[in-house]
Every structure is written in C-alpha cells, then in structure tokens.
Design a protein around this ligand. Structure first.
Ligand code: ATP
Ligand code: MG
Length: 356
C-alpha cells in the first residue's frame, strides 16, 4: 500500500526516538512491500524557536494530508516559563483538536523484562493485558473555565453530550470485539451528573448494539484500588477524559517503565495521532540513551489503527518483545550492559527485516 506518514519529532528525546521510528518504518516498507512517504514537521518548543508558533500552519497542512501522524514529545525547561506568551504544549492540544481525535487508546501489557521494575508482586502482573480507551476531547479539560470574586473562586465545567459518549463507547466496543469481549466502564455516578449520563448512554449502546460484549460499571475511586489489587481481571477500560488521565498514569506503573508504553489517539476519518506516553525527558536528552520502544510500539498502533496493517503491527510488537527477551535494554531497564537508543532501534528493525 501507499501511505503518507507525518513525523513530528518535537523536543528533548523526541528527535532521538522518532529517528528510530523512521528506521523501523523503512524496514516495514521493505519487508512487506509498502511505499511510505515520510515527511517531517515542526511542533512544540523547536517550532516556537524557529517560527514563533508551537503548531505552524505548515505542520497543520502536513498532518491534514497525512494518513497518520507520529509524534515524539514536546516541551522542556527552555520553554517552561509560566509567563511566556506561547508554550509548546499548546501545539499538541491544538493538533489533537484539529485532527478531532476523541478516543485515546493506551495498551498496558507488562513484559517480564520490565515488570521486575514494577512495585507490585510479580504474580499480580501475570496475565495483565489492558486497553484503556479514554475520551480525549471533552469533559472538564475542555469545558468553560474561569475565575470569579477577584480570582478567589475558580471553576472548570465538566460537560458531555450524548453524541460524545456514544462515539467513544462504540470505538471501545469495536476494540473489545477483537479481544476478550469485556469492558469496564469507569465513572463516578453516585456523585456526578455527567457520570449518570455516561452510565445511561453506555448501557443503552451496549444493550442495543453490542449484546455480545460483557460490561460492568465501576466507580473511579474503587477502580484506583482494583488496578493495583487485581489488574488481570480487566480487559478494555472505558472512561472520560479526567478519570482516564489519572488511571492511565496509575496503570503505567504496572508496565515497569515509562519507556515502554505507546498511545494512539483516533477520531473519525482524519489521521490518527500516535505518540509514546512519556514526555520529552530533558534530563536525558541528547545523550543517546532514551528507550525507543514506546515510540516503536506507537508505530505498531499506527500501522494497525490508521493503515489497517495488522500483520505488520504484530511484526513490530513481536520484534520489541524479542529485544526485551534477548536483554537488549536501555539504561531505564538495566543497570549493566545497557544499549544505546540507536542500538535498541536497530535491533528491532533487524528483527522486522527478517520477520516471517
Ligand atoms: P512531560 O511534562 O513532558 O510529561 P515529565 O518530566 O513529566 O515531562 P518525562 O519526560 O516523561 O516526564 O520524564 C519522566 C522521567 O522518566 C524522567 O526521569 C525521564 O528521564 C524518564 N523517561 C521518560 N521517557 C523515557 C525514555 N523513553 N527512556 C528513558 N527514560 C525515560
Ligand atoms: Mg509528565
């Protein structure tokens, strides 16, 4: 197939890990006979430095004509002055809104090589294979915000419409069909009106359209404990924006390292946006030691969800898994014998080139 892929390296370790993604995409194209047109664009702090705008119009145009977008990370101390007129993170929020990516997917499946870094008993992590589906463009993060009473009172309005809940619920249900057909919907329906709307819409959509899928409602406060006591009992976890932000960070602990977790943000029609969950890691930037696997696993999600290339996605996931099995580990995963970012990336690309 032919596809155009936009790469937005961004700041800090972003360019280092995205360089490995580029090598991997070339390996996939060669091994499976695809033509990927890869184009780079500016976003974040580097875009502010070069153009004054964290999301220049050329980048928007590039992403709008691309089939998928792979992002490294944005931000860093150079641009973190709270009084600065523009900030790198504004570029990312604007890009999410422009692409209309309302569903954020975060798989969490601990690999034994990394799980030993997780602060949980190994037996609790056995069989853990979670897929979070977080609503990404609504709720308190996007509702009306403001101050009253000379700044002494602040508010953030949490607002959801039936349509916003339906579309992300359908996404989650379709994904559950390819997995264990089980969804846990997380809310706070004993207190919040938005949660009561979520509960009724989720229940109706499942009843009418997905009778084959088992679903349950769990309160978010209880869920924070269940995730650490019995993570293996969940499969797809569907929730609103704010709860999803918190729960996915909590769940990242199950995987042992930030350097291993990918994410996908998808909507209807336009390009999906793929990125590692970690940030720009300014403390290790420029040293060639960042773990590239989260970004390479984000490439797998890109191949699967935006290009429909499931065998290719599995080849990438298998190659990363082989690298972890073989002890090809960056410094975040091992004290001794750590490999560099490019050695790790090259190992994965080589496994893909020889994939059956
Ligand atoms: P942001 O605000 O952009 O999320 P942050 O400082 O909150 O940045 P990260 O940039 O993700 O969070 O870094 C958190 C810690 O994890 C840092 O010590 C960083 O070095 C480490 N880290 C993050 N990503 C990686 C990676 N890919 N490889 C190795 N270490 C990483
Ligand atoms: Mg962070």
């Amino acid at each position: 197939m032919k596809a155009t892929i936009a790469l937005l390296p961004g700041d800090g370790i972003g360019p280092e890990v995205v360089a490995q993604a580029r090598i991997l995409l070339d390996a996939i194209a060669a091994r499976f006979g695809h033509t990927f047109t890869i184009e780079e664009g500016l976003i974040g702090g580097i875009a502010i430095d070069e153009t004054g705008d964290p999301l220049p119009p050329e980048t928007v145009a590039l992403c709008e004509r691309a089939d998928a977008v792979l992002l490294g990370a944005v931000g860093g101390p150079k641009w973190s002055d709270p009084n600065a007129p523009v900030r790198p993170e504004q570029g990312l929020l604007k890009l999410r809104a422009t692409l209309g990516v309302y569903a954020n997917l975060r798989p969490v499946a601990p690999h034994p090589a990394a799980a030993k870094f997780a602060p949980l008993k190994p037996e609790l992590l056995e069989g853990v294979d979670l897929l979070f589906v977080r609503e990404l463009t609504g709720g308190a993060y996007f509702g009306e915000k403001g101050r009253e009473d000379n700044g002494r009172v602040a508010f953030d309005v949490a607002r959801y419409s039936v349509e916003e809940i339906e579309r992300v619920t359908r996404r989650a249900a379709q994904l559950a069909r390819g997995r264990r057909k089980k969804i846990t919907h997380v809310d706070k329906a004993n207190v919040l009106e938005t949660s009561r709307l979520w509960r009724s819409v989720v229940t109706r959509v499942f009843g009418d359209e997905f009778p084959d899928i088992e679903f349950e409602h769990v309160l978010v406060d209880a869920m924070t404990m269940h995730l650490l006591h019995r993570p293996a009992s969940f499969d797809v976890i569907l929730t609103e924006n704010l709860f999803g932000d918190i729960l996915t960070d909590e769940a990242s602990v199950l995987a042992g390292s930030m350097g291993l977790l990918p994410s996908a943000s998808i909507g209807d029609g336009r390009a999906g946006l793929y990125e590692p969950i970690h940030g720009s890691a300014p403390d290790i930037a420029g040293q060639g030691i960042a773990n590239p696997y989260a970004t390479l696993l984000s490439v797998a999600l890109l191949l699967r969800h935006s290009l429909g290339l499931d065998a290719e996605a599995r080849a990438v996931e298998s190659a990363v898994s082989q690298a972890l099995d073989a002890g090809v580990l960056t410094r975040d995963l091992t004290a001794e014998g750590a490999v560099s970012t490019s050695q790790a990336g090259e190992y994965v690309a080589a496994r893909v080139r020889e994939a059956a």
